[in-house]
Structures are given as C-alpha cells and as structure tokens.
Design a protein around this ligand. Structure first.
Ligand code: NAD
Length: 244
C-alpha cells in the first residue's frame, strides 16, 4: 500500500469513472493526488482537486502550476479526460471533429507540455494516457472517436521516444467497454436500457463489462516504479475484445 509513498500525481478527468478510480487507487498506494476536472465538486477524501478545462491552455497551465506547487513536485501525469462521439464521417461536422480532437488529443498535449518540466526534474517521471481499443479496432459508427484515440496511441509512442532519455516514461491503456457513468449515459439514452446493457455484456468475450478499477490497476502499474523498463506501450484492458 506504500508503493507510491512520497510520489505525487495529477489525474485529468479524475472526478468520474476511470479517472476517479485511478486517483483513488494511486492515493491508496500512498501517492499525493490532485484531480483536474471540469467539475471537481464531487471529489473528496484524501484527493486534492482543481477545476481545469483541458481545452483551455491558460487554465491548464495555471492549474498544473498550482497543483505542483501545492504537492511539492510531480512524478505522475494521468491524461484521462476524454469525450465520446458516435457516427460515420458523414454524421459529424467540422465543429464536432474539432471539439473531440481538442479534448481527447490536444488536451493531452496541453497538460503534458505544462507537466514535463516537473516530471523531468524527478527520478522516474511517468505519463499514462487513457487511449481505447477504438484506436486500432476499426469500430463501426466511431469514426471521429477512433481517429482521436488513434492519435492518442501515436502521440504516446512519439512522446515515449522523445522523453525516455530524460527519465520520463510514456505509456497508455486501451480499455474495452468499461462500466462508468459515460457508458451509463449511453445506455440510458437507449429505448430499453436494461436490454441494451444485456446485449452489451453478451458482446464481451468475458460476458461482462470491464470495471473502472481494472483499468485503474493497469494505469497504476504503468505509473509505478515496477514498470520502470516499460515505455511506449499500450496495455489492453478489454476483456479479450481486441487485444493489441
Ligand atoms: P466519464 O465521463 O465517467 O469521466 C470523464 C471525466 O472527464 C469527467 O469527470 C469529465 O468531467 C472529465 N472531462 C471531460 N471533458 C473534460 C475537459 N474538457 N477538461 C477536463 N475534464 C474533462 O468517462 P470514463 O468512461 O471514465 O472515460 C475516461 C476516459 O476513458 C476517456 O478518455 C475515454 O475516452 C476513455 N475510455 C472509456 C471507455 C469506456 O467504455 N467507458 C472505453 C475506452 C476508453
């Protein structure tokens, strides 16, 4: 439980779902953790929290600087904030494309830019990005979302190469369908949410959705000293849906 004692972490999108489970797990392992989120009002307990929209560079820089100051440094950055989109290339207009790429891709660029000088200053800095099986699965009705996560995967590999000699590792997790408020919202929008949930579970090779705690465990591993020789990799947490 003390594996991350003395370490500090930032988790974007840490107020809900995968981000929340990750922030709580890192804290349970001894890290001092700050959540950055559009709405951090529900974040409690040992977690610190700050409001920041990852699409606003000034807000990101201000929040990262304040969090680093408060925590006394930064060892771990979890870039998890993300939004979804459904449809083919004919269904989403340029504004929707720009919005999703702004959050899912440029959001990672902005927080990483603000955090890298601090990560570099520590021995064993780590970045973990929440990607998706959508990056490589060729899912129907997910053109925009898949393109955004494909960019996250490529960015992870490129950043790993750029920063490995500076002592900063960069990896990502590729979750399948995870039982979070996000998926809950999608199911609630269906005509029969219970039937839709059953159908979704039946499509999983394991017969159940992935849990946020399972994704958090993978992120925590990649962020930890135990993964000290691992950089530029994507860890599938998808219940056998796709693998990588
Ligand atoms: P969620 O909606 O439960 O949580 C997302 C969090 O991100 C929310 O707290 C939200 O306020 C925050 N957020 C959204 N836009 C933001 C912005 N502009 N600035 C700051 N914070 C912002 O979603 P989740 O299911 O936990 O998803 C988290 C990540 O996991 C996303 O990157 C998503 O693409 C990825 N993912 C989810 C699944 C899934 O099935 N749930 C599968 C694969 C990948």
């Amino acid at each position: 439980a003390t594996e991350l004692a003395g370490r500090t972490a930032l988790v974007t999108g840490g107020a809900s779902g995968i981000g929340r489970a990750t922030a709580e797990l890192l804290a349970a392992r001894g890290a001092l953790v700050t959540v950055l989120d559009l709405d951090p009002s529900t974040v409690t307990g040992p977690l610190l929290a700050r409001r920041a929209d990852v699409t606003d560079d000034t807000e990101v820089r201000t929040a990262v600087a304040a969090a680093v100051e408060e925590m006394g440094g930064l060892d771990i950055l979890v870039n998890n904030a993300g939004i979804g989109a459904q449809g083919t290339v004919e269904d989403n207009d340029d504004t929707q494309w720009q919005r999703v790429l702004d959050v899912n891709v440029l959001g990672i660029v902005r927080t990483s830019r603000a955090a890298l000088p601090h990560l570099r200053a520590r021995a064993g800095g780590a970045i973990v990005n929440t990607c998706s099986i959508a990056a490589t699965a060729g899912l129907p009705q997910r053109a925009l979302y898949s393109a955004s996560k494909g960019a996250v995967l490529s960015l992870t590999l490129a950043m790993a190469a750029d920063h490995v000699r500076e002592g900063v590792r960069v990896n990502c997790v590729n979750p399948g369908t995870v039982d979070t408020p996000w998926v809950g919202r999608l199911l609630d929008a269906a005509p029969d949410p219970a039937a839709e949930r059953a159908a979704l579970q039946a499509r999983q090779p394991t017969g159940r959705l992935v849990t946020a705690a399972e994704v958090a465990a993978a992120i925590a591993y990649l962020a930890s000293p135990a993964a000290g020789a691992t950089t530029g990799t994507a860890l599938a947490v998808d219940g056998g849906m796709q693998g990588l």
